[in-house]
Design a protein. Structure first.
Length: 223
């Protein structure tokens, strides 16, 4: 939890430094030395675990280091992927690639050695469970594979407390407990609720309490 001191606002540009590590220290260390890793890399984890943040952060870090890097979400992959030499090609949500895009990614694997590309891929399941064409699934399985481990409740609660304190808010324990029991548990969703509570507290000049949260839910706040 040492990374809680860093900027993890929802609108903060994604970096490796502002990703809340939780149990992902090894993964972050690998991405920090991505250029020197042998072969390609595949990250998998559930929705909200931070896969997109990590891909965008790796692209940003690579660009800052003076190399070309491109982020391509599955919806924009199409039937042909960039062939720019010496490039980091980050393909997100490969489990959602359409048939043409799957062929394009398979071809990218085949030419990566010749043109110096490195592939950084992300999906929602380990390679053997991906619903992809078999030859592509085999190639993904040959990557360095890392699971993006979700945060536990202790880490989520610590994040909420830390960010509330920065805003000058006192977040009652029962509010945090309620959100973790009944709300969406990914960090962006929790931070969006905290933003709404902050705004309501200022507008109504009330402390952030469970009754305030319940009132906001009755008027349309989704947690």
């Amino acid at each position: 939890m040492k990374q809680l001191v860093l900027d993890i606002r929802p609108d903060a540009p994604p970096t490796l430094g502002n990703f809340v590590a939780g149990g992902n220290d090894e993964l972050l260390a690998a991405l920090d030395t991505l250029a020197t890793l042998p072969g390609h890399v595949y990250l998998w984890g559930p929705h909200g675990s931070g896969r997109t943040h990590l891909l965008r952060a790796a692209v940003s870090a690579t660009t800052t280091a003076g190399r070309v890097a491109l982020y391509v979400p599955a919806a924009e992959a199409g039937g042909e992927l960039p062939q720019t030499a010496d490039t980091l090609l980050a393909i997100d949500d490969i489990d959602a690639l359409d048939p043409d895009a799957q062929v394009a990614l398979f071809n990218a694997f085949n030419r990566a050695g010749r043109n110096g590309q490195k592939l950084l891929l992300a999906g929602n399941a380990p390679p053997l469970q991906l619903v992809l064409r078999e030859d592509l699934r085999t190639r993904v399985g040959q990557c360095l594979v890392y699971e993006v481990r979700p945060l536990d409740d202790e880490a989520r609660a610590a994040i909420l407390r830390t960010l509330a304190e920065r805003r000058g808010l006192r977040l009652a324990d029962d509010v945090t407990d309620f959100l973790l029991r009944h709300g969406r548990r990914d960090v962006p969703s929790l931070l969006a609720v905290l933003d709404a509570l902050d705004a309501a507290s200022l507008e109504r000049k009330r402390a952030v309490t469970l009754p305030l949260l319940r009132e906001m839910m009755q008027t349309g706040l989704e947690i």
